[in-house]
Write a protein that binds this ligand. Structure first.
Ligand SMILES: [Zn+2]
Length: 289
């Protein structure tokens, strides 16, 4: 028997045991522990987490155990009255968006539940990114763009910055603007970095280069700014942002400084399946157009 067959066999026994009478639940966990040595470590952890997850959440999500027929669905369930397929894992690094695409093209909705061994949900990720209507190949990923400070026609600073929610395609850079808000004091990345550098210079600018003057850590400032504002933006946009970016200018001719306005991504949700779906740069200009 292959490892996958063994896994499926044990999984079937576990869940049918679970449903047998009052002692079923306890017996299912006992069965898994008795079987532990015959399973790979990864299979054991996966099954234990799935069983714990089912025990914890089966009522909340009206879970139904799915038969493993290669559709990457461990359970089907209901959330807010809407049906969805659920893939449960303790490690989302091995999940690939492409694996879900055949059924997603049929409008099936998927979520990935990232859980602990005890079955506790760490993250419930909605992976139903719309297919791009332009190229029909890429996906539109929820991304927020922080824009520079607003000015009126006379050039007066208006003391506010806009934040734009877009869905952007990883293949052809097609995008749709979903929402736009204005928040005073929520700076774009360039302003935030500039302010941080001014502070750094005021603090360390006159010191000789030594241990006393740490290097200016741009990456850290970008990360802090992102982590600070993402909860606010998720709430305002009523979305779970996958990426966060800002406007940029890419120079193509160093002699004349000619180039183009674009959008650079500064932060991305820590989810490996986004690797190919969130790019470093998009040929999009949300500020000057
Ligand atoms: Zn596209």
């Amino acid at each position: 028997m292959s490892e996958a067959e063994e896994f499926n066999k044990v999984r079937r026994i576990l869940f049918s045991t679970f449903h047998k009478g009052e002692e079923g639940q306890e017996k299912a966990f006992q069965y898994l522990d008795n079987y532990r040595k015959k399973l790979s470590r990864s299979s054991y952890i996966g099954l234990k987490a799935e069983l714990n997850f089912y025990k914890k959440y089966r009522k909340e999500f009206s879970l139904i155990v799915a038969a493993d027929v290669g559709d990457h669905t461990d359970f089907s369930g209901l959330l807010g009255g809407k049906p969805f397929r659920l893939d449960v894992t303790t490690n989302a690094d091995y999940k690939q968006l492409k694996d879900y695409e055949p059924l997603q093209r049929d409008d099936e909705k998927y979520k990935i539940a990232i859980v602990t061994l005890e079955g506790e949900i760490e993250d419930l990720v909605d992976i139903n990114f719309p297919f791009c209507p332009e190229c029909e190949e890429g996906r539109l990923i929820d991304t927020a763009i922080l824009l520079p400070e607003n000015y009126n026609d006379k050039g007066d600073c208006l003391w506010s910055n806009d934040q734009v929610l877009i869905g952007v395609c990883n293949v052809c850079h097609y995008f749709e603007e979903y929402d736009r808000i204005s928040t005073g004091g929520l700076f774009d990345f360039n302003t935030e970095l500039g302010n941080a550098y001014d502070l750094y210079e005021a603090k360390f600018g006159n010191l000789p280069r030594s241990d006393e003057a740490p290097i200016f850590d741009e990456h850290k400032i970008v990360l802090q700014h992102s982590q600070h504002i993402i909860p606010y933006l998720n709430k305002e946009f009523d979305k779970t942002l996958m990426a966060l970016g800002g406007t940029a200018y890419t120079v193509t001719d160093l002699r004349t400084c000619d180039g183009y306005h674009c959008t650079k991504i500064h932060w991305r949700k820590d989810l490996k399946l986004l690797d190919e779906y969130v790019l470093d740069e998009y040929e999009i200009d949300l500020f000057h157009d």
